[in-house]
Design a protein around this ligand. Structure first.
Ligand SMILES: [Fe+2]
Ligand SMILES: [Fe+2]
Length: 215
């Protein structure tokens, strides 16, 4: 049977690419490079719409809920700490957005570095401690239920991507969506993003276009 925690670990690999790109960008700014606002807006967009609304949502609303059931008998259940770290990440992203609005270099770098560091450590804990604990603690019935809910979330994401792509074709008619190629330090992504007047109409969806051999 497919493993739900393995699905999450695979998603971590894409999130890590973005956090590393954020750290590298901060290094370059500190070495004299000008702030690339577009890069930070794209990074924030990815973090909010993929890392948080898709990946963290699956953890908080599906996996952690199962782990907190009595049947799971998780000793020293670390899910509260993980949720706390998700919240800390959200506050660093808010700080980063604020820094961008205020054109405050120190605030941009400080929050980007804090987010990057936090999430890299968070992912290490999940991959090496929480997920193995979950694999051990959950029974087959729970694992099956998590997997089904994950598949449903992936279907919704896929449907949204399809919808966005369909609408993208109408881009010239309505100007709703813009398709942008995004490069994060050598990795290429396609970003479908609603144009500013439709911001909030739907979320931006990224599809990684690099080779499938994720590292
Ligand atoms: Fe997490
Ligand atoms: Fe995670």
């Amino acid at each position: 049977m497919e493993n739900a925690t393995q699905i999450l670990t695979n998603e971590h690999k894409d999130i890590l690419k973005v956090t590393r790109a954020l750290s590298n960008e901060c290094d370059e700014i500190e070495s004299g490079k000008a702030i690339d606002r577009d890069f930070f807006f794209k990074a924030v967009d990815f973090i909010k719409n993929y890392a948080d609304k898709f990946h963290h949502a699956k953890e908080e609303d599906i996996l952690f809920v199962e782990l907190c059931r009595d049947e799971a008998q998780m000793h020293c259940n670390p899910t509260q700490q993980m949720i706390h770290e998700h919240d800390m990440g959200r506050s660093f992203v808010r700080g980063l957005e604020e820094g961008l609005r205020q054109d405050n270099k120190a605030k941009i770098i400080g929050n980007a570095r804090n987010y990057s560091q936090l999430i890299q450590e968070h992912i290490f804990k999940e991959d090496n401690i929480l997920y193995p604990m979950a694999d051990e603690a959950l029974n087959q019935k729970s694992k099956k239920s998590i997997l089904e809910k994950f598949k449903k979330a992936a279907r919704i994401l896929k449907k949204n991507i399809h919808l966005l792509q369909k609408n993208l074709k109408k881009e010239n008619d309505h100007g709703i969506f813009q398709k942008r190629k995004v490069r994060f330090k050598g990795e290429e992504w396609i970003l479908l993003v609603p144009s500013s007047q439709f911001a909030g109409f739907c979320t931006a969806i990224y599809s990684y276009t690099g080779n499938n051999n994720r590292s």
